[in-house]
Design a protein around this ligand. Structure first.
Ligand code: ADP
Length: 257
């Protein structure tokens, strides 16, 4: 529709009309960059003193063990767990900052996805006592991928299933191959995710607003990191969920020959 306004053209003949949008995108990119820098810097600065504290706690532990001081041993143990939690959080933030800058490098090698699922199984059996984690039998599935990072994705799915589903409920882990694609899924019988939230749970810092969010701790970065890791592998990630019934988080990457 003609508005009667005349937009002057620039030297190269392009209308400056679009410069608003371009500037906007550049601004947003800069904004993202600043956010990344900030997250990276703060995380880095927090990590050093925490690592020192961790060392001091270790010294305390050794001394308390020598003196058979149960009280100090107990307190040191608790302090160590809290410091470890903070260090894990910080390493998540550092991952987010690196992802934002596209700095995460993959260490690709050929391995069997079924063996990796088995590794997650051993880890779950040792650590998860609140839920029944069930692993479906898996067959040899060769992939070329970053083993640690793929395990990180799977562990994240399992940890979320534990966090967002009731005690004693079942969590099913499956791995299958179809049309040369390895497909890994984690299904829980938890609170589920509303259709409007489903497309956003993989966004950076996104958390579904609900009552339980007040009690379940988190920053909304785990699934963002998972999404980036799978994208770098040329794979796909997603969720199928029904509110009040449960969720299936899945990812797929190509099988290698
Ligand atoms: P965090 O759990 O630390 O908040 P994530 O990135 O792992 O961060 O998850 C983002 C959000 O997605 C969570 O805050 C939660 O609202 C939702 N979510 C993730 N996994 C599940 C699940 N298994 N069941 C229900 N909601 C989930």
């Amino acid at each position: 529709r003609a508005t009667g306004k005349v937009y002057p053209s620039t030297d190269d003949g392009k209308s400056p009309f679009f410069s608003g949008t371009l500037l906007d995108i550049t601004e947003r990119k800069l904004d993202e960059q600043r956010k990344n820098d900030f997250i990276g810097m703060v995380s880095h600065e927090l990590r050093s003193p925490l690592t020192s504290i961790s060392g001091y706690i270790q010294m305390l532990n050794i001394k308390a063990a020598k003196n058979n001081d149960e009280t100090i041993l107990d307190i040191a143990g608790k302090a160590k767990r809290q410091v470890q939690r903070m260090l894990t959080l910080i390493s998540g933030f550092l991952d987010v900052a690196r992802m934002g800058e596209g700095k995460i490098k993959l260490n690709l090698k050929r391995f069997d996805m079924a063996a990796l699922v088995k590794e997650a199984e051993d880890e779950s059996l040792a650590t998860v006592t609140s839920h029944r984690v069930v692993f479906k039998p898996v067959v040899f599935t060769p992939v070329e991928a970053d083993q640690d990072k793929i395990l990180q994705v799977l562990t994240n799915f399992i940890n979320n299933a534990v966090k967002y589903s009731p005690k004693d409920s079942a969590i099913q882990v499956a791995c299958l191959t179809r049309d040369n694609i390895a497909y890994v899924s984690v299904t829980d019988e938890g609170m589920g995710i509303a259709p409007k939230d489903q497309p956003h749970v993989f966004d950076r810092f996104y958390r579904v607003e609900s009552e339980r969010m007040n009690t379940v701790k988190g920053f909304g970065i785990g699934l963002y990191i998972c999404k980036e890791i799978i994208a770098r592998h040329g794979g796909q990630i997603g969720v199928d969920s029904e509110l009040g019934k449960g969720s299936t988080f899945w990812f797929q990457i190509p099988v290698t020959s």
